[in-house]
Structures are given as C-alpha cells and as structure tokens.
Design a protein around this ligand. Structure first.
Ligand code: TMP
Length: 211
C-alpha cells in the first residue's frame, strides 16, 4: 500500500484515466482511491456507471453486435456518457467530490477517431455535446505497447472491442499520444511498461501536484 501522508481535500476535482486495453487502468484507480483515502471520492467507468449506461455498455461490447456501424458506436458511447455526466459526475462535482473516471471523452477520439477512422472534428463536437462541455481537470494516460498489453491481459472471453487486435490498439495508442501532445496541460503520459507500483506512484505524484 502507498503511504503519502494525509491529504486535506477541500475542492471538487475530476480525474480521468485513459489507455489501451490492458494498460493497467484498474490498478492505478485502486492505488489512487487508496491514496486519496476519502469518503468524498467517487469512481465511475465508461461506458457505464448508471443503469441506462450499463445497458448501453452491454450493447456496445457484445460480440454478437458485429453489425454496429462506427457512427452508431460513437453515438452510443456518447449517449452512455451524457447519462453518466448528468446523473452522477456533475452532481458529485457540485457536491465537492473527487471523481475518478475509468475512460472519458479521450477514448472516443482515440478509438472511434484514430482507430475507426471517423472524422476527429466531428467527434470533438460529439464529445462537447455528450459531456455538455465538462472536461477532466487531469487525465492520466497509461501509455503501453499493445503487444505488452496483450501479454498481460490474456482474455478468455474478449469483448467486441478487445477482439479488434493489435493494429487497432496501435492506432488507439497513437491517437492518445497525439491528444497528449495537443493538450499537455491536462493529459499527462505515464509509462505503463514500468512495474505497477512505480506506475501507480508516478500517477499519485501527478494527482498530488494538481490537488
Ligand atoms: P473498458 O473495457 O476499459 O471498460 O472499456 C470498454 C471498451 O470501450 C474499451 O475497449 C474502449 C472502448 N471505448 C470506446 O471505444 N470509445 C469510448 O468512448 C469509450 C468510453 C470506450
């Protein structure tokens, strides 16, 4: 367990964690929750986090839904997000909570934009609409070679997106790095090939600097 001393949290704060499948988002999230050690922390995941958004998640990740078109896919992710933002994230921030989101708007640009090939400008508009302009204060991007990601996460039952393969994941990774290049103040890149506790410590350092 990481020990960083007591932190007085007196403001709302929105952190998103991004990365290719298998980059270690869940582990980092657990470390952050442990570090923040507060009852004023809420964790959400995308797609998901509300009854309706979880139903949309099932639809999106079901391997049987191979006919979903890229635009349909993008709009379903956006719909799930709108519901999550208005039902959970915005009220939590207004109540002074720290929100940690496992994926958010950058996933749409990386996956539906850079990897699926939808128009990036159009997706930025969709993101603005779906989130009603709510951006994270800080985004931790776990950067990892997809080959390592795949070795780490041997999937018995890959979902519809995980079945896309290495080339798709490489495009997602490139997209994320491009986004980090464009928004260096908000998006901080973490080398996710390092041992998990080192990655977590680096992530915690970044959060501490922001808080
Ligand atoms: P998860 O497995 O990390 O929970 O995410 C579900 C999958 O959905 C993952 O493969 C990434 C993908 N995804 C998108 O393609 N676009 C999005 O906007 C989001 C939020 C996730």
């Amino acid at each position: 367990m990481l020990k960083w001393g007591d932190l007085v949290i007196n403001k709302s704060f929105f952190i998103s964690i991004e990365g290719i499948d298998g980059a270690g988002k869940s582990t980092l999230k657990e470390y952050l929750v442990d570090y923040l050690n507060s009852d004023k922390v809420i964790c959400v995941r995308e797609p998901g986090g509300t009854d309706i958004s979880e139903k949309i998640r099932e639809l999106l990740l079901d391997v049987k839904n191979e006919k979903i078109l890229p635009k349909t896919e993008a709009m379903l992710y956006a719909s799930a997000r709108t519901q999550l933002v208005e039902e959970v994230i915005r009220p939590a921030l207004q109540a002074g909570f720290i929100v940690i989101a496992d994926r958010y708007i950058d996933s749409t640009i990386a996956y539906q934009g850079y990897a699926r090939g939808l128009d990036i400008a159009y997706l930025h508009q969709l993101n603005a609409l779906s989130s009603n302009g709510l951006k994270p204060n800080l985004t931790l991007l776990l950067d990892l070679d997809p080959n390592i990601g795949q070795e780490r996460k041997i999937l018995l039952k890959p979902d519809r997106l995980e079945k896309e393969g290495i080339i798709f994941q490489e495009k997602v990774r490139e997209g994320y790095l491009e986004l980090a290049h464009l928004e260096p103040e908000r998006i901080k890149v973490l080398d996710a090939s390092l041992p998990r506790d080192v990655v977590a410590a680096n992530g915690v350092d970044l959060v501490r600097a922001f808080l």
